[in-house]
Design a protein around this ligand. Structure first.
Ligand SMILES: CC(C)(COP(=O)(O)OP(=O)(O)OC[C@H]1O[C@@H](n2cnc3c(N)ncnc32)[C@H](O)[C@@H]1OP(=O)(O)O)[C@@H](O)C(=O)NCCC(=O)NCCS
Length: 159
């Protein structure tokens, strides 16, 4: 059962752009594989192939570091499913099971949305599971009827 996050706080990880996945993200990949979460493997494969390194304008992959350990990550891409270049897409948001319900995922998404300012007008995503849909709704995302996205949020214009 999920613990109410208010009891377990505070964890305040440092947020930093990732310039490499290995070795820090290997435990996240191993855990995701054990739990049958396929997108981590995809992240590694696309990174290794050079197909997606979150390095185009407006893109970033952020790591959440707690005591020198990577406990979560999440990426922001330009959405490849639309022609407009001002639509962003959240990808591969993942928090180690040991660090869930502590606000780490929310912190990652809020940082990514701040990074989206000035680059993207909206940010979309596809929530893989009902639980992740609940997480994104809690963070202010609205449901979206597009076949390529389940949720969307407007990005405020940069100040
Ligand atoms: C989804 C995930 C990223 C959430 O990360 P987290 O660090 O546990 O989330 P947070 O603690 O920041 O939660 C933020 C809010 O979302 C809610 N929330 C988080 N996970 C939830 C869940 N499974 N069900 C319902 N609500 C959830 C929390 O209650 C919290 O609300 P609160 O502020 O009212 O307490 C994490 O569970 C995870 O990595 N899951 C496996 C991978 C995955 O599904 N990623 C999403 C890809 S689509």
């Amino acid at each position: 059962m999920r613990e109410p996050s208010s009891i377990l706080k505070p964890v305040r990880p440092a947020m930093m752009r990732l310039t490499a996945l290995e070795p820090a993200a290997n435990p996240l990949l191993a855990e995701a594989e054990r739990h049958g979460t396929a997108f981590m493997r995809r992240l590694f494969l696309e990174w290794d192939a050079g197909a997606n390194r979150f390095d185009r304008p407006g893109e970033i992959i952020l790591g959440a570091w707690q005591d020198d350990r990577l406990v979560g990550l999440g990426g922001l891409n330009r959405d490849p499913y639309v022609a407009e270049d001002d639509v962003g897409r959240l990808r591969h948001v993942y928090v180690l099971a040991s660090h869930r319900s502590l606000g780490v995922g929310a912190l990652l998404v809020r940082h990514l949305l701040r990074d989206a300012e000035g680059h993207f007008r909206i940010v979309r995503l596809r929530a893989a599971l009902p639980e992740s849909a609940a997480f994104y709704r809690r963070l202010g995302f609205m449901e979206c009827g597009d076949p390529a996205a389940t949720h969307v949020i407007p990005v405020p214009p940069s100040p």
